[in-house]
Write a protein that binds this ligand. Structure first.
Ligand SMILES: Cc1cc2nc3c(=O)[nH]c(=O)nc-3n(C[C@H](O)[C@H](O)[C@H](O)COP(=O)(O)OP(=O)(O)OC[C@H]3O[C@@H](n4cnc5c(N)ncnc54)[C@H](O)[C@@H]3O)c2cc1C
Length: 468
């Protein structure tokens, strides 16, 4: 922390300074500029490569016009009920309500004002949503979402300085008044700002912080972006900020071990199962991809997702990334259970018995793990298997904020001049562990809180100017 009681010596002064050029930061910058503020973004990496770019770009919106056109009845109350049913009680339920209430406005603003191309995802519903609610780029790639946001920021003349990590906040009279950045040559810049928005994501890329706060995720492979190393949390704690839901994370139980590609959970929704090295199932796969990552972390690797050619064709037709898994040779094939067991090196009798039990459950019998949803029903020949490993995508806890994304102290007072969103802020995925994550929670927190923070920061700086 740089405490600066008197000096006015800033290299540049602007209304709103955004730290991090991911989904949260770019949306915050666009929203603040739209609110009349002068804005700049500083980004640690030399190119845009945050989690938003790695994501499939799915953003939930409850009550959007796209849903209405598709005949889907939805609204914030239903969305809040869905979110809380999965997350359980947690430390930031006010954000669950705030984000659900803002979600439709956010999706429509992204389309109309930020010129992001989004369509309602009808091919899959995904974990935790009782209706079709996810909106995504047609390609289902976060890279397209980021490209659209970057284009919009550029069209609005918002500078995005790459390779300029923020290294500390500047504090004057108890108020955050700017940040210090340092470039690759070690040159420091002091940027003065009426408001600073921390959009630098969480701490998934800092193994010591993951071990301290999310011990259950220790056995997983970090598959998120390299920039998520927890600076916002460290700065906030130094300033005496409160934190929320620090133990929560988004896992993914379907990382293809060889290629690192993501095996979409739609394969499970269609009837796929997961087996361990002994050819036995390890739990109810329909718990969801985040919750099941914790189950896998405690299981006997190698692990395989087993599906059939019908599921492969169906999912590949709607999700091009999944089609690439077969193209990359990451899907072993077997004419029957014995043939597949031979191809992946598990015991044929054990795999045969597992598939017979699963087929019986999928046909209406009882499942030992209590699974009741089996998609297309029993798996049939020819079969497929992809070796998978559990991944950690994103931490879901961070600085406690209010309904306007202002960073709060434990007594509920706001730290003047400081906002946070996305992975830098407390999430809405439960108190701890990977079980509270509903599809889209990551981007809803990132883009939703970016939208809220950008607008509030622009309002604050306009009021400050008017008072001067
Ligand atoms: C493979 C994958 C798939 C996913 N799919 C989805 C999905 O479909 N839907 C969903 O809702 N969520 C998804 N998620 C989660 C989602 O991507 C994240 O929750 C979200 O992108 C976080 O956005 P953010 O803006 O907070 O962080 P990021 O997009 O990571 O942006 C943060 C930026 O800040 C920069 N930064 C960090 N420290 C500093 C610093 N000191 N100074 C300057 N810059 C800094 C980083 O380099 C980075 O560019 C997925 C995650 C992964 C890994």
């Amino acid at each position: 922390m740089t405490v600066d009681p008197t000096s006015n010596a800033f290299d540049i002064e602007i209304d709103v300074l955004v730290v991090g050029a991911g989904g949260c930061g770019l949306v915050a910058a666009i929203a603040a500029e739209a609110g009349g503020a002068s804005v700049a973004v500083v980004e640690k990496l030399t190119r845009l490569a945050g989690n938003t770019l790695l994501s499939s770009g799915s953003i939930p919106g409850a009550g959007t016009r796209l849903q209405a056109e598709a005949g889907v009845e939805d609204g914030p109350e239903r969305f809040v009920a869905d979110l809380l049913a999965v997350s359980g009680p947690h430390e930031a339920e006010h954000l669950t309500r705030r984000l659900a209430a803002t979600s439709a406005e956010l999706v429509e603003w992204l389309i109309d004002e930020a010129h992001v191309t989004l369509t309602l995802v009808g091919t899959y519903r995904h974990v935790g949503h009782s209706v079709t609610r996810l909106h995504a780029p047609p390609s289902r790639r976060g890279a397209d979402l980021v490209a659209d946001l970057e284009r919009e920021a550029s069209a609005r003349g918002i500078p995005v300085a790459l390779g300029q990590p923020a290294t500390s906040l500047i504090l004057r009279g108890g108020r955050v008044v700017g940040v210090v950045t340092r470039d690759a040559e070690g040159r420091e810049s002091r940027i003065g700002a009426g408001a600073v928005i921390l959009a630098s994501n969480g701490f998934g890329g800092a193994p010591d912080l993951v071990a301290a706060h999310c011990p259950e995720a220790r056995g997983t492979t970090y598959a998120g972006a390299p920039g998520s190393t927890g600076e916002a949390l460290a700065w906030g704690l130094e300033l005496g900020a409160a934190t929320g839901n620090l133990g929560a994370y988004q896992g993914h139980a379907g990382l293809a071990r060889r290629s690192g590609a993501l095996v979409t959970w739609t394969v499970i929704e269609r009837g796929g199962i997961i087996v361990d090295r002994n050819g036995r199932r390890i739990g109810d796969e329909t718990l969801g991809y985040s919750a099941f990552a914790g189950v896998e972390a405690a299981a006997d690797a190698p692990l395989y997702m087993i599906y059939d050619a019908r599921i492969e064709a169906d999912v590949a037709s709607g999700q091009p990334e999944f089609a690439e898994i077969a193209e990359m040779g990451d899907a072993a094939a077997g004419a029957d259970a014995a043939d597949l067991a031979d191809a992946i090196g598990v015991h044929a009798d054990a795999l045969g018995a597992t598939l017979a039990d699963a087929a019986n459950a999928a046909a209406g019998g009882e499942d030992a793990f209590g699974r009741t949803a089996w998609g297309f029903g029993p798996l049939g020949a020819p079969l497929r298997a992809t070796e998978i490993t559990p991944g950690l995508f994103h931490t879901q806890g961070g600085l406690m904020i209010d309904d306007d994304a202002r960073v709060l102290r434990p007594d509920g007072s706001a730290i003047a001049g400081l906002f946070a969103g996305g992975g830098a802020a407390a999430g809405i995925s439960g108190r701890a562990g990977g079980r509270g994550y509903v599809s889209g929670n990551g981007l809803l927190s990132a883009l939703g809180l970016g939208y809220i923070a950008g607008r509030a920061a622009a309002r604050d700086t306009a009021a400050k100017r008017a008072a001067e």
